[in-house]
Design a protein around this ligand. Structure first.
Ligand code: RUQ
Ligand code: CUA
Length: 666
C-alpha cells in the first residue's frame, strides 16, 4: 500500500503522538524534539511506509543488539518433536531443543545411538525405535504454583511418551515411554509443587495382553489412562516406580489442567466421544459424526491426593510395570467424578486462584465456567444425577456452573492476566476474547462480561501470557499461536509457516506489536517465563556427561589422551579444543568395535566443537566441558577425515583428523 508522504505524516500525528518522545516514555527536550512528529524517527517511519501504530509497535517491542528479552517462551514444536525458545518481546527464535527427534546441530541422537536418550525412550515391547515425536504441551516445573525454572516436561502426542528437559543446560535428559497408553494429549501439566507430571491418553487402548482387540469389544476391552508420572525432586527425572495411573472409561480424555490454590489436589480432564464411536462401517457413522451425537461429554474431576493415598494403601494392580488404580476402585474410593460439559469441548483451564474451571466449547460458542466451591459441595453432598455406563457418579451441570459466557465461534483455550481477566482464543472467528472472571476471582463490577474482541491472523489455537496458567500471571504480553498465516507472509511454496502474533495487553484495548512466522512445525502450546527465574550453566564442569550431569567415567584431561584395546573394544580417549583433536589419528582394522570418548577441554563460553565422521552418520556436538561417547563398528575399509562441524576458530578448517580403517592383515 502506497501512502502519500503528507498522509503518512498525518498518521504519525493521528496515532496519538505515537512517536513523540513523551509517548514512548522518553523525556528531555532535545530527544523529544528529535524523535517528535517532525523529527528523525518520524522520517524513518515515513520512509518505510509505517503507520503511526506500526512505528509505535516496533518501538514497544524492539530489543536492540546486546540487550536481552525479559521473557522466554518455551513453545512446543508439534511433529518436529522439539521445543523452541523464543524471546519476548523481540520474538526472536533463540534456541531449539530436540526432545523426541534427532538433531544434527546439537548432535542429539547422532552420536550415541547405542545408548542414548532417544533409544532408551522407546519401550521395545511397545514399539520399534522411535525417532520422532509430536510435542504439544510443554509444562515448566513449579514451586507453589509458579514456574521455578528447573525443568520442563512435554508430551509426545503420537506415541504416549513424555520428555524431560533440564533447564540447567537446556538439554533433554529423559524420555519416558508411558505404559498402557498409545497416544497422549491431555497434559503435560505439573502439580503446583512438581510432585507429578500428568498425561492422559487421547485414544483408548485395549487392555488385552497383546494390545489388540476388535472394535466390537470397544466398550469392554478398551480403556483410557490418566498417568501421574512422579518427579525426582533432585534431578527432575521421572520415576516409573513411584508413578501411577488411573484406569478410565474408553472416552477420549483430552486436554487437562491441574487444580491450584482453591482447587489444589484436583486434576481436570476434558473428554469427548462418550458415544464410543469407533468409525465408519456398514451401520456406523464416521468418528467425527458419531463422537458428536450426544449433547454432553464428561469433565473428569480427579482427586489426585486421594489417589496417592489409595496407591499407598496398595489398592492397585500392576500393569506393564506401573501401578494402576482400577476403575472400580477409583469410583468406590471417590477419586473420580464426572460433570457433563457441552459436547466435544477443547481446552480446560483453571483460573489463577483455582476457583474457576473454564471449559472452552469448540462446538459451543461459549465457555462454561464451573466453580470449585460448588464442585466440592456437590461431591460432599453426594449430589449426583446417576452414573455413566461404567458407574462413575455424575454431578449435575446446574449444580456447579457459575457462568456460561457467550464468546463467539470455536473457543479453544484460555489464559489469565492476573487482573481478573481471561483471554479465550476463537479458532473459527480468528480472534481472542478478553472477558472478566467472576466474584470468586475478586471481580464484582461486571463479572463474566466480554470486554474486547481482538482479531488475530489466522485460526488461533493456544495463546500464552507470562505465567498465564500459573497462580501469578503477569499481564504484560500475550502471544497468539495461529495455525494459518495465509496472506501474512509472502509465498514460500505451497506449505505455509504458522504465525505467532505478539500483543501488548498492558494497553486497553490490547495492541498488536509484531508477528513471528515460524518456518517449522506448529507450536501447539507455549509457556512464558520471566528470564530471572532461570539459572543456566554457561560451561560444564570439566568432563561432564550431560545425561547424568555428573563427571563422565570417560572424561579425559589434556595429556591423558590414549587408545586402549581391551574386551573386544578399541577405546579412544580423546580431547578437543581450538583447533585440534587429540589423537589426530585413529588407526583400526575393519570390523573392530570403537568407543570414542571425547572431552571438550575448553573452559571458555561458546567454545563448542563437534566430531563429525564422514559416511558414518556420526555427528557429536561437544559444548565446553562436555564429554560424549560414541560407539560404532568400523564396518568399512577407508580413510575418513573426521572434522569439527562448528566454525570455532580461525583454524577451524584445519580442525580435523583421520579415522584409518585398514583391511584385515594390512
Ligand atoms: S491442543 S489448539 Cu494439542 Cu493443545 Cu488445543
Ligand atoms: Cu572446532 Cu571448528
Amino acid at each position: 500500500m502506497k501512502i502519500p508522504a503528507m498522509k503518512r505524516r498525518d498518521f504519525l500525528k493521528v496515532g496519538g503522538g505515537v512517536v513523540a518522545g513523551a509517548a514512548v516514555g522518553i523525556t528531555g527536550t532535545n530527544l523529544g524534539n528529535n524523535l517528535g512528529a517532525g523529527g528523525e524517527l518520524a522520517a524513518v517511519a515515513s520512509s518505510r511506509g509505517l503507520t503511526g501504530a506500526e512505528a509505535r509497535a516496533a518501538l514497544t517491542s524492539v530489543v536492540p543488539p546486546g540487550k536481552y528479552d525479559p521473557y522466554f517462551m518455551f513453545a512446543s514444536g508439534g511433529h518436529s518433536g522439539q521445543i523452541s525458545i523464543i524471546g519476548i518481546p523481540s520474538m526472536r527464535l533463540l534456541k531449539i531443543i530436540p526432545v523426541f527427534t534427532r538433531d544434527s546441530f546439537s548432535g542429539y541422537g547422532f552420536g550415541t545411538d547405542v545408548d542414548g536418550v532417544i533409544p532408551r525412550g522407546s519401550d521395545p515391547t511397545k514399539s520399534n525405535l522411535l525417532s520422532w515425536g509430536d510435542t504439544h504441551h510443554p509444562a515448566l516445573s513449579e514451586t507453589e504454583g509458579r514456574y521455578d525454572g528447573r525443568w520442563l516436561y512435554v508430551n509426545d502426542r503420537a506415541n504416549g511418551r513424555i520428555g524431560m528437559v533440564d533447564l540447567a543446560d537446556y538439554k533433554t535428559k529423559q524420555i519416558y515411554d508411558i505404559p498402557n497408553i498409545g497416544s497422549a494429549h491431555g497434559g503435560v501439566f505439573v502439580t503446583p509443587d512438581s510432585e507429578y507430571a500428568h498425561v492422559s491418553s487421547i485414544t483408548p487402548r485395549p487392555i488385552t495382553d497383546n494390545g489388540y482387540a476388535p472394535l466390537e469389544s470397544y466398550a469392554d476391552l478398551y480403556r483410557g489412562f490418566s498417568s501421574w508420572c512422579a518427579i525426582d525432586q533432585t534431578t527432575g527425572h521421572l520415576v516409573p516406580e513411584k508413578s501411577f495411573q488411573i484406569e478410565l472409561p474408553p472416552y477420549n480424555q483430552d486436554l487437562a489442567d491441574m487444580g491450584k490454590l482453591a482447587s489444589a489436589g484436583y486434576g481436570f480432564l476434558n473428554s469427548f466421544n462418550a458415544e464410543l464411536s469407533v468409525g465408519m462401517s456398514h451401520k456406523n457413522p464416521p468418528i467425527e459424526i458419531g463422537a458428536a451425537k450426544n449433547k454432553y461429554d464428561y469433565l473428569h474431576v480427579i482427586d489426585w491426593k486421594k489417589a496417592e493415598k489409595v496407591v499407598a494403601a496398595g489398592k492397585i494392580i500392576m500393569r506393564n510395570g506401573i501401578r494402576v488404580i482400577p476403575l472400580e476402585v477409583a469410583i468406590s474410593e471417590g477419586i473420580l467424578h464426572f460433570i457433563p460439559e457441552p459436547k466435544n469441548p477443547h481446552g480446560v483451564e483453571v483460573s489463577p486462584d483455582g476457583n474457576y474451571i473454564v471449559i472452552a466449547g469448540k462446538l459451543d460458542p461459549a465457555v462454561t465456567v464451573y466453580s470449585i466451591t460448588m464442585i466440592k459441595k456437590a461431591i460432599e453432598d453426594k449430589n449426583f444425577e446417576g452414573t455413566d455406563r461404567y458407574g462413575v457418579p455424575i454431578i449435575p451441570i446446574t449444580a456447579v456452573t457459575a457462568a456460561h459466557v457467550e464468546l463467539g465461534a470455536g473457543p479453544l483455550h484460555t489464559q489469565y492476566d492476573g487482573k481478573g481477566n481471561a483471554y479465550t482464543s476463537l479458532f473459527i472467528d480468528s480472534a481472542i476474547i478478553k472477558w472478566t472472571l467472576g466474584p470468586d476471582a475478586g471481580v464484582t463490577e461486571k463479572p463474566f462480561t466480554v470486554l474486547e474482541k481482538i482479531p488475530v491472523h489466522y485460526n488461533i489455537g493456544h495463546l500464552a501470557i507470562p505465567g498465564g496458567d500459573t497462580v501469578a500471571p503477569v499481564g504484560t504480553y500475550m502471544v497468539a499461536l495461529n495455525k494459518w498465516s495465509l496472506d501474512q507472509v509472502q509465498k514460500l511454496g505451497p506449505q505455509h509457516p504458522v504465525n505467532l502474533e505478539l500483543f501488548d495487553i498492558n494497553h486497553t484495548p490490547p495492541r498488536v506489536l509484531s508477528s513471528l512466522p515460524l518456518g517449522g512445525s506448529e507450536p501447539h502450546y507455549a509457556q512464558i517465563i520471566s528470564v530471572d527465574r532461570l539459572n543456566p550453566l554457561t560451561v560444564y564442569p570439566p568432563g561432564t556427561n550431560p545425561e547424568t550431569m555428573a563427571k563422565s567415567e570417560f572424561a579425559t584431561a589434556s595429556g591423558q589422551e590414549r587408545i586402549v584395546r581391551a574386551d573386544g573394544f578399541v577405546d579412544v580417549y580423546a580431547t578437543v579444543m581450538r583447533s585440534h583433536f587429540t589423537p589426530e589419528q585413529i588407526p583400526v582394522t575393519v570390523g573392530e568395535k570403537l568407543r570414542i570418548h571425547l572431552t571438550n577441554i575448553e573452559t571458555a563460553e561458546n567454545a563448542t566443537h563437534t566430531f563429525a565422521v564422514p559416511n558414518h552418520n556420526l555427528q557429536a556436538t561437544l559444548d565446553p566441558g562436555e564429554t560424549v561417547s560414541v560407539e560404532f563398528t568400523a564396518d568399512r575399509v577407508g580413510s575418513f577425515a573426521f572434522y569439527c562441524a562448528q566454525f570455532c576458530s580461525a583454524m577451524h578448517m584445519e580442525m580435523y583428523g583421520w579415522l584409518l580403517v585398514a583391511p584385515t592383515g594390512a
